[in-house]
Write a protein that binds this ligand. Structure first.
Ligand code: SF4
Length: 363
């Protein structure tokens, strides 16, 4: 696999003028084909309660906030999944704030439902999804212990955790000073344990939260180290920070288009073996440029739910995504929440493999 030194990556991220076009073109040449993939998903934000308070977050809500989704109950989850089945969604994206059971009200509600913590509750919902639908769970539960990952692997086709950054310095800034779970070493440990357990994994970096160019290079090198060791990373999301009214970082600047283009291109150069995704809902007008810089996946597109992490940015319609893709010279293709090369007993539990078989038969 490609090996770049930190200095080389920093130089690439600092390129100017025409050299940026050459970087994009080289990154583009690393593609295996002309296909841009997406997963037809349904978004299930189980709770907005979170132990962290990131300076850029709009998802987290206090328990007494009337807009807050305190907890999605099984009946609601199953009713959404039923609708998602009608739309032929293949991915149930379960997400929630990190360690929400640290909130006493939520903990006692989970107790009443018969669960000790959110991971247990999530396991139940994933198992129900597999039992009652032809939809594959993909969970994003935040930092987890190895034994929790091991249990969830039984009922997930893939899992995800954004590394965001390896910068411990940001733990003392507005971005992460109130977020114990954003300690990079906890996140690296989770991704590393997922590697040891052979869980197909989606991760990514958050760009523009105060990190330096050198720290971006260090974050990329850390992901490369993990991928070289375990080979379980299927997808890397390069997500741009967006200032939003009411968040602590409301007045911070988002990264420029050129900064993002260089990040995407350098990530593709370093990871030709991994899908590179830039969320199209956050980049409606620039999304095509990222395809030309080496991005090859649109991520989850939902015919059914809005993106609750960024509710102000509605998902572009499927037809619009098709047009954007075609116009750039690529072909849009649906994929499962687990990439093809991981669909084998080495990486997936028998229950997941059986469900994939059911989905293929139904198509
Ligand atoms: S961990 Fe996620 S949900 Fe929690 S505050 Fe940070 S960005 Fe928001």
């Amino acid at each position: 696999m490609p090996s770049f030194s930190k200095n080389e990556i920093v130089s690439l991220l600092n390129l100017k003028s025409q050299s940026i076009l050459s970087l994009m073109s080289i990154a583009n040449s690393k593609r295996f084909n002309n296909v841009i993939t997406y997963s037809k998903n349904v978004f299930l934000p189980l709770t907005h309660i979170c132990r962290n308070e990131c300076g850029y977050c709009t998802f987290r809500k206090e328990a007494d906030n009337s807009d807050s989704k305190f907890l999605m109950f099984p009946s609601e989850v199953l009713s959404i999944l039923k609708k998602a089945s009608a739309y032929e969604c293949k991915e149930a994206l379960f997400t929630f704030g990190e360690r929400p059971e640290e909130n006493e009200k939520l903990k006692s509600l989970l107790d009443k439902l018969g669960y000790d913590n959110m991971v247990e509750y999530l396991y139940f919902l994933c198992a129900e999804t597999l039992r009652k639908t032809n939809i594959l769970p993909h969970s994003n539960p935040g930092v987890l212990k190895r034994k929790e990952l091991k249990i969830l692997k039984e009922v997930n086709a893939s899992m995800g955790l954004m590394l965001e950054t390896t910068s411990t310095r940001l733990m003392n800034t507005i971005a992460h000073e109130k977020s114990p779970g954003k300690n990079p070493w906890l996140r690296i440990q989770t991704i590393e344990n997922a590697g040891k357990l052979k869980i197909p994994f989606t991760t990514g970096l958050l760009i523009g939260i105060g990190e330096t160019i050198t720290e971006r290079a260090e974050s990329l090198l850390e992901l490369r180290r993990l991928q070289n060791k375990y080979g379980h990373i299927q997808e890397i999301i390069i997500q741009n920070f967006k200032p939003k009214i009411g968040i602590p970082m409301e007045n911070y600047q988002e990264p420029s288009l050129i900064e993002m283009v260089k990040m995407v291109a350098v990530t593709k150069l370093l990871f030709p073996d991994v899908g590179i995704q830039v969320p199209p809902n956050l980049n409606r007008h620039n999304a095509q440029i990222f395809l030309l810089a080496g991005a090859d996946d649109w991520g989850g597109l939902s015919p059914l739910t809005k993106d609750y992490v960024n509710p102000e940015a509605p998902w572009p319609e499927m037809r619009e995504m098709e047009n954007l893709t075609k116009e750039t010279g690529f072909t849009l293709k649906e994929r499962l929440p687990v990439y093809e090369k991981f669909i084998n007993p080495d990486f997936l539990d028998e229950r997941i493999l059986d469900k994939i078989q059911d989905i293929k038969i139904a198509q």
